[in-house]
Design a protein around this ligand. Structure first.
Ligand code: GLU
Ligand code: MG
Length: 531
């Protein structure tokens, strides 16, 4: 889940002192990359998926299922037998937030030929076998979006007690710090988010009510002498740690575009598809042992890393902070990047004005400048002592620091410095499915969709405020069958001249409310027979 640096992590107080330093150098690093590779053209389609896994122990005799906390050791062995001895090994393994998690990707990117789409499922199954070969009989590597008993007493193996009142990273009533990956990035993120926010994160998910659910549903927490659960709402499942969100698994796809303008076009088009595919892949109805009234993880993760202060959330007048900020760092995108998208940018965009003017002074266009200046309203959440002073011409860690802790539905990714990688776009909303068959079907669908969008010059754009409404609709229980989503009526208006071009407005005064309407997922995906 982002940049992994090695070394000694700084506390929040120390990190904060360097926030402007990280932002300034991050922008210089971005400008250096941009000016070097802005004209890069004709990169071919290359793409890859990321699957996140959980290690699950089954005690059939006692009907007990727990998460096994040895992802770090497994990772060492998998890398030691794979990429470390063979650069063309077919799989790559990376750490993830939970100590019971691990992430697998293909060893090399896939290309764009049809035959390669047929190898995706096989590669996923190779990953599963490789990891499974290290496990004892009662442990499985599972692709589960949200572990139903995450945060219930004794949900880990070995078992640990949460430590709400001691010095710890989460201070959670439910989630022990031992369940966080041991790489210092993860506990530092957890601690610094809590410190920056000024209190524990608060996640409240509506409970699913059947006739046996007490109404109102109010929990009393046994181990809560200091009223640590004051943020718990009635009729909701309350959670209080980053692990409840970032400890969930997902399925992501990143692909290389042929140029920066193609990347910007695909970023926008796919942003409208995010809520649709999220509802289609919805796989997360259970939280902390309860059945919830939602079935997607999105809002839970969003709240789990919401580092905004009370002032930034608009709960107190601005005094120490610079801006009110409307969303968490983990949320849907706030602005389109292509010129076609400009007229649909209807969300209030908070930007760092100085960064915006620096970027435009140095030749970056308005849409890209505001995108970056918006990402850069955030503070760095982790900083390693050894990584403060960098070579801005050849490194990009400060840029990546801010970029990789803006966890949005889509990510626009500049090439790393001095590499042969092109401009890329990452599609991030999908929930992971139980089988490799399903996961490969989803990722291949998304990549094929990009080909169709490019070949037929499709245009899915609708106002971003409508995409945000769709994000809310997508998380409701059974949205895939019952939800209604704003979607463009005519996606193939002929005559989009090129990637940079936009669909011509009818007489220049088209009524935009006419362009989209509410549709079911069935209609969006399968179409509708016209009567
Ligand atoms: N596990 C996170 C999710 O479910 C994503 C973390 C990452 O960006 O790798 O969205
Ligand atoms: Mg990940």
């Amino acid at each position: 889940m982002g940049l992994l640096s090695h070394g000694s992590p700084l506390s929040w107080e120390e990190t904060k002192k360097y926030a402007d330093h990280v932002r300034q150098h991050g922008i210089t690093q971005f400008l250096n990359i941009y000016h070097k590779v802005k004209e890069r053209q004709k990169d071919v389609l290359k793409w890859g998926d990321e699957v996140e896994y959980m290690l699950v122990a089954f005690d059939h005799e006692n009907h007990k299922v727990q998460l096994v906390l040895n992802g770090e050791e497994m990772l060492d062995v998998l890398q030691g037998r794979g990429e470390k001895i063979n650069p063309s090994h077919p799989t790559l393994w990376r750490p993830e937030y939970g100590s019971y998690m691990i992430e697998g990707t293909p060893g090399q990117p896939y290309g764009g030929t049809m035959s390669e789409f047929n190898t995706v499922e096989e590669n996923m199954s190779e990953r599963r076998q490789e990891a499974s070969s290290l496990l004892t009989d009662n442990v499985s590597i599972c692709t589960i979006t949200s572990f139903p008993r995450l945060g219930c007493l004794g949900f880990t193996l070995p078992e640990f007690q949460p430590t709400p009142v001691e010095h710890g990273a989460s201070k959670s009533l439910f989630f022990p710090d031992e369940a966080i990956n041991k790489h210092p990035r993860f506990s530092t993120l957890t601690r610094n988010i809590r410190h920056r926010r000024g209190e524990k994160v608060a996640i409240n998910v509506p409970i699913f009510k059947d006739r046996n659910t007490p109404s109102p549903f109010i929990e009393r927490f046994a181990n809560d002498p200091g009223n640590e659960a004051k943020a718990a709402l009635p009729d909701h499942i309350y959670m209080d740690a980053m692990g409840f969100g970032m400890g969930n698994c997902c399925l992501q796809v990143t692909f290389q575009a042929c140029s920066i303008s193609e990347a910007r076009y695909l970023y926008d088009q796919l942003a409208t598809i995010c809520p649709i595919v999220m509802a289609l892949s919805a796989a997360a109805p259970f939280y902390r042992g309860y059945v919830s009234d939602i079935d997607c993880r999105w809002g839970v993760i969003s709240a789990s890393v919401d580092d905004r202060t009370k002032e930034e959330r608009g709960l107190e007048p601005l005094k120490n902070d610079k801006y009110q900020i409307s969303k968490s760092r983990y949320d849907s995108i706030d602005s389109y990047l292509s010129t076609c998208g400009e007229k649909y940018n209807d969300l209030d965009l908070t930007i760092d004005k100085e960064i915006y003017s620096q970027l435009t002074r140095e030749g970056i266009d308005h849409l890209l400048a505001q995108h970056i200046a918006h990402l850069f309203i955030r503070d760095p959440l982790t900083l390693f002592e050894e990584k403060i002073h960098l070579d801005d011409a050849n490194e990009s860690d400060h840029f990546e620091n801010i970029q990789s802790t803006n966890w949005q539905t889509m990510r626009f990714k500049p090439p790393p410095p001095n590499s042969d990688i092109g401009w890329r776009v990452e599609f991030r909303p999908m929930e992971v499915q139980l089988t490799d068959f399903e996961n490969s079907a989803y990722v291949v669908f998304v990549v094929l969709l990009t080909r169709v969008i490019l070949s037929y010059k499709l245009d899915f754009l609708i106002p971003l405020s409508k995409v945000d409404e769709n994000m809310k609709a997508a998380q409701k229980r059974d949205a895939v069958r019952e939800g209604m989503f704003y979607f463009k009526k005519d996606i193939c208006k002929a005559g989009i001249p090129a990637v940079d071009g936009c669909s011509p407005a009818v007489n220049g005064t088209e009524d935009e409310t006419e362009e989209y309407t509410l549709m079911s997922i069935d209609t969006i995906i399968n179409g509708k027979v016209m009567s």
